[in-house]
Design a protein around this ligand. Structure first.
Ligand SMILES: [Zn+2]
Ligand SMILES: [Zn+2]
Length: 237
């Protein structure tokens, strides 16, 4: 019978659950995914505005940035590579939950104080793209640009595949990535976009975005900001 079928297939009206702690959301929890107590996990902590690493109090530039200024102006992030952001990133990348990019981008966009005029992303090598089916940084860039009402463009291409960066030291990462990227569109005009933001899902040593900054500086971009979901210090040793 149609009525039986409808009863079986119509979703029941249940209290929505928080995606993180799986507890029922309260009536005053307005976020579409997370409850009020889990949202607190995403609260801002003091960081250096330039490199994004944690500091005791919020500063424009930490001692390390003053001594060795990175090629970008400002780095915005959602949090460290810990619970809950790390789990979201891993599920987005390795469990194909690409729609998580939407929620993470909204959080990220809410933190940008001086938006760039154009948002771009770290490219994946085509082989990895083929394997995963999407580029998580490009998705994050598209959604963040949508939220901030900015332009979004794919500016870079990976011209050679590189070994995984995970176990490499900072200097090994740099040489691993040398010559790995190029501008995709040679007619890109920095005249139209003097302020560009590069999005990556996780920034650790910054070697990848460092290489991409060099390409933008070479074509005359004046100011570059980095937007990422997780900013994490490189492992010591
Ligand atoms: Zn929760
Ligand atoms: Zn710093």
């Amino acid at each position: 019978m149609l009525s039986d079928w409808l009863q079986k297939h119509t979703p029941r009206l249940v209290t929505p659950q928080c995606h993180l702690c799986k507890l029922d959301k309260q009536p005053d929890d307005h976020h579409p995914r997370w409850c009020g107590s889990c949202l607190k996990l995403f609260e801002l902590v003091p960081r250096c505005q330039r490199c994004g690493l944690k500091t005791v109090t919020a500063v424009e530039q930490c001692g390390e940035c003053l001594a060795n200024p990175p090629p970008w102006h400002r780095l915005y992030c959602v949090g460290d590579y810990t619970f809950p952001t790390a789990g979201y990133i891993q599920q987005m990348k390795y469990a194909d939950k690409f729609w998580f990019a939407r929620d993470l981008s909204t959080l990220l966009a809410s933190r940008i104080e001086e938006p760039a005029s154009l948002v771009t992303s770290v490219p994946l090598h085509w082989r990895r793209y083929f394997h995963r089916g999407f580029n998580q940084s490009q998705l994050l860039a598209r959604y963040t640009a949508q939220d901030l009402k900015l332009e979004h463009a794919v500016l870079f291409k990976r011209i050679r595949s590189t070994a995984s960066q995970q176990r490499l030291t900072k200097s090994a990462r740099k040489s691993n990535l040398k010559g790995a990227f190029a501008m995709k569109n040679t007619s890109f005009s920095a005249m139209d976009y003097s302020h560009v933001a590069i999005i990556d899902d996780v920034v650790t040593t910054g070697s990848t975005v460092y290489q991409l900054c060099q390409l933008l500086l070479e074509v005359g971009v004046k100011r570059i900001d980095i937007y990422c979901i997780c900013r994490t210090p490189e492992p010591s040793g």
